[in-house]
Design a protein around this ligand. Sequence first.
Ligand code: MN
Ligand code: MN
Length: 466
Amino acid sequence: MKKTKELEKKLKLIPKPVWDQLSARERKSALAFCKGYKSFLDASKTEREVVRNVVSLSQKKGFLETPSEASLRYLKTNRDKSVALVTVGTKPLTEGFRIVISHIDSPRLDLKQNPLYEDVDLTLLRTHYYGGIKKYQWVAIPLAIHGTIIKKDGTKLNLIIGENDKDPVFTICDLLPHLSHKIQDSKKLQDAIVGEKLTILAGSIPFPDEDAKERFKLNVLDLLNKRWGLVEEDFLSAEIEVVPAFKTRDIGFDESLIGGYGQDDRVCTYCTLQAILSLQEQPEWTSIALFLDKEEIGSDGNTGAKSTFLELVVSDLFRLTGQTPTSDALRQALFNSKAISADVNGAINPNYQDVHEKQNAAKVGYGVCLTKFTGSGGKYNANDATAEYVGEIRRLFNEKKVIWQMAELGKVDEGGGGTIAKYLAEYGMDMIDCGTALLGMHSPFEVASKMDVYETYKAYRAFYEG
Ligand code: MN
Ligand code: MN
């Protein structure tokens, strides 16, 4: 009997919860790390806010936008919506980099360009949702507005309403159950609330002059003008994002989990940021942390993974280190690089276990999640890491005592999804997905295990250190 047990231990893959594996001291570090993460999450509800916070935290650690040739820490932003951090290493650049890429945009509602109207004596704002949301999750919750508005004269106004406890919030009113039977309840879930009905309640006081037209709309415009000097045309040159107004909270009697908005993918963003900030002055490999926008809508556009931002960063590196960024050198450097696509995975939800094939699904509390391939239905649109690269990462994580699991997203024919991995793999670099497994992914209140968050940070740090 004893022999069989020993044999089992030697031969079988037996996953164990992180909680069982960490020492009391390590657990304490994990919990302290998550405290910082929660503050970051609350202060970073849009891609622009992530960029602002990444810049200010990295500047404190000596990352500079215009470094001297001797400086080893470089920071570059792209239109305030994506950002790269680089620590130059001792190896020649053409031997490649260690790159960790996360995305900093999250599913949300955007105001339409001409959003303001009134109806039945209420003032409302029209929206167009961004990314893969389940619309029913966005009604009847408190919402905050985070906007960047370019005024007529070109000045920029950053606006946040609904995050301070003294602020008002906004909401989308759902229909009462007494009257929803035909129009909502008997429909398919995805058809019950249509996009055009995601309108935000924004006021109910009429403009005092009873002769005025659209008095409710006018009153809000008057208020916006008096407070911020805005006119209706200013909405046309604005990006106003609507996000949940609640704060990140601990979950459970044991406070073991974190609930909050935007953990896809800001959990990986924060872990990557802390990993690169923790690196010594000059590591062996040049380390790059790339924080990109637009993943949730396909990585298109000049701030997403399909833009040439990374190439620009790399040619800067050649120049900063006194070398000529020839296209050949650039290609070699990127081709020889090793990368992690730092993105979340979906953990088994106890109520919907059937969508997963459990032997290959992520579990909350079992460590950072590696995903060899993404895509769906026959591995279409996948980045598929080579066995050699998976082997390399496996050895590294085991050596550095990173607790990890391997998972794919959902049953073979159930669905699936992609990340930015495939776009950057086009340069020829080795690429694998690696991140935290979430419950309630893409909902306004996503859930992560504190231990998994910490193991994600440990994984990225181990990767940079090599
Ligand atoms: Mn993601
Ligand atoms: Mn996502």
